[in-house]
Design a protein around this ligand. Structure first.
Ligand code: G6P
Length: 585
């Protein structure tokens, strides 16, 4: 059973329970099927875990007791296999001396499990992760705890960030390979977590681990060695980010808070180091083949990028990361991969760039999370600087990714971006009266089962992203098509009052004639455009301004998806079956 999740560990002179609870809540966006904690108290390991959201389980089991100075926590998102209390982490060895939390997949767990079963180990869960605890137990019969962990970790295949505690020692042992793990350090305190967001309320002194870094955390002390390279020095980086900025404040949900930040986010994304942008441009001009690789919303940014770069005369192939494998034979040293990822940890994206690298391609990336695997494994990267995005559905980071492609387009075409004007228009689109109008549109759509969206060119990309937003948080089936394509089949589904959202852009006459085709079959037309048209049943007014329309048209759609989720009684921040960082293939 594989899973992806958030993990955190603390050892220090403060109350570990409080720190771990606060930290794991900040990782809940990574998974929220089940949650668990492990503490050491009076020479015993205490485990509390169950299925459910963190607050629910905490209410039932009280994670704040018994108070301890050392502990681990885990929030889980199952990819296959059941969501049960037994499968929730932490997992113990047979003698309940060792507890582990794990993010990733142990690919050879069946083999290890068979080996351990023959040696008398008994398993309580169906997870791959439990083998780690038993493997350490097995080696502990012969060597000390640290060396037992080393031996156990050396046997693991797959991806893993693991934290381990033992009932007799005040230390946490950890490792990472292809799953993220960040270390934090203060005087008398040490931390480890899946991302810096979980650690920022407690420390600003961070160490980003590399693959196979083996780490031993004691109160205020961190030792790192690499299981392949041996002794290594890892720099402690001081990260100054305002934690306030990342809190939900008075908003009902992170999603709306994040959408409302989009004007500033757009501006920040454009503030790039000139030299780095120049390198991107040089490489784009030089490369013989360019692939734009990403997943989910970031893939839509790539698709937009491919249209923008094509306008500048550059041909690129946008490709969904999990499909990239099929194109490997076409990759060589003259290939440039531009990988786009909010998290920088999406497993499919990382696998794609690693394989491309083996074939000597250059890897440039566009990323939000500094210190993520993608920033470390790329030849060059641009940070989109969108700030933390907590809501599972990407909104502001899509705007920031688009901003980077607009910037590349403007450099290639020498067409200036009017930052102030675009910012003012974004603010207007987010104003109260605009939001109220969207709320009315949502009322009309909230009980519908299907929505169809069409656009041409850049507006087709917007239709795809708008459909994704509607599907993932409101669970209404939404499908997007190029305006010219819907008549080649899908128009058969249009009946009286089927909602059709139409994005009008540069090819106005053509898209309006496609709209006529929908209207003639009874379609209920919602037009997103600069001008009202006779054919629209409802009009959502947006500015029309060439490439920047990519930004203007998606904003009301993000607001619409948000409103639909709320009206239908769903939590837009934590949609069912989804996780923000998909760290499994
Ligand atoms: C997940 C998220 C999406 C996101 C995609 C790619 O599926 O739910 O919102 O767009 O991953 O994530 P990335 O971090 O690589 O942009």
């Amino acid at each position: 059973m594989s899973k992806m999740c958030g993990i955190i560990g603390y050892v220090g002179n403060k109350n570990a329970n409080e720190i771990i609870l606060k930290g794991i809540k900040r990782l809940e966006y990574r998974g929220y099927d089940s949650v668990g904690v492990a503490f050491v108290k009076d020479g015993k390991i205490i485990i509390k875990k169950d299925v459910g959201r963190i607050d629910e389980v905490h209410k039932k089991l009280n994670f704040l007791e018994p108070e301890s100075n050392i502990g681990l926590a885990h929030t889980r998102w199952a990819t296959h296999g059941s969501v049960t209390k037994g499968n929730a982490h932490p997992h113990l060895d047979c003698n309940e001396k060792i507890a582990i939390v794990h993010n990733g997949i142990i690919e050879n767990y069946q083999e290890i499990k068979e080996f351990l079963k023959k040696r008398g180990h008994e398993f309580k869960s169906q997870t791959d992760s439990e083998v780690i605890a038993h493997l350490i137990e097995e080696f502990s019969r012969r060597v000390d705890f640290e060396n037992a962990c080393k031996k156990a970790f050396s046997m693991l295949q797959g991806s893993f960030a693991v934290l381990v505690i033992n009932k007799d020692e005040e230390k946490i042992i950890g490792i990472r390979k292809d799953s993220p793990l960040v270390i934090g350090i203060n005087e008398n305190e040490s931390f480890a977590a899946s991302d810096i967001y979980a650690l920022l309320p407690f420390t600003r002194n961070l160490i980003f681990l590399h693959n196979y870094d083996f780490v031993v955390l004691e109160k205020g002390k961190v030792r790192i060695e690499n299981l392949i390279e041996g002794k290594v020095e890892r720099e402690v980086e001081r990260i100054d980010i305002n934690v306030e900025e990342t809190d939900k404040k008075d908003f009902h949900h992170y999603m709306i808070k994040e959408i409302l930040e989009e004007a500033d986010v757009f501006e920040r994304a454009l503030n790039q180091d000139e030299l780095k942008v120049k390198k991107f441009i040089e490489e784009i001009k030089k490369a013989k083949k360019i692939f734009l690789v990403a997943a989910g919303t970031s893939y839509h940014a790539c698709l937009a990028g491919s249209y923008l770069l094509a306008k500048a005369g550059i041909f690129t192939r946008p490709i969904i990361a999990s499909e990239f494998n099929n194109f490997l034979n076409a990759i060589d040293e003259d290939t440039l991969i531009i990988a786009v990822s909010q998290s920088g940890e999406t497993a499919d994206v990382l696998e794609a760039i690693r394989k491309a690298k083996e074939r000597k391609a250059k890897i440039f990336s566009i990323v939000n999370v500094y210190g993520s695997s993608l920033t470390r494994e790329s030849d060059e990267f641009l940070l989109i600087n969108a700030g933390f995005e907590i809501s599972v559905a990407a909104t502001k980071t899509y705007i920031a990714e688009l901003a980077i492609f607009l910037l590349l387009h403007s450099k290639l075409t020498n067409k200036k971006i009017n930052k102030e004007e675009i910012k003012a228009k974004i603010l207007d689109l987010l104003s109260r009266s605009r939001r109220e109008h969207i709320e009315k549109v949502a009322e009309l759509l909230k009980d519908k089962q299907h929505v169809f969206l069409i656009g041409r060119g850049l507006e087709y990309v917007t239709a795809l992203e708008a459909a994704l937003k509607i599907k993932e948080i409101s669970y209404i089936h939404a499908e997007a098509f190029p305006g010219g394509e819907i008549k080649h089949g899908t128009i058969a589904l249009i009946e009286k009052d089927t909602p059709c959202i139409v994005f009008v852009g540069e090819e106005k006459e053509k898209i309006l004639s496609n709209t006529e085709e929908l209207k003639a079959r009874g379609g209920f037309i919602i037009g997103v455009s600069e001008q009202n048209e006779r054919i629209f049943d409802i009009w959502i007014k947006v500015p029309q301004d060439g490439e920047a329309s990519l930004i203007y048209q998606i904003i009301p759609m993000q607001l619409l998806a948000y409103r639909l989720a709320v009206l239908r009684g769903f939590d837009p921040d934590k949609p069912r079956n989804l996780a923000k960082s998909v760290t499994v293939l």
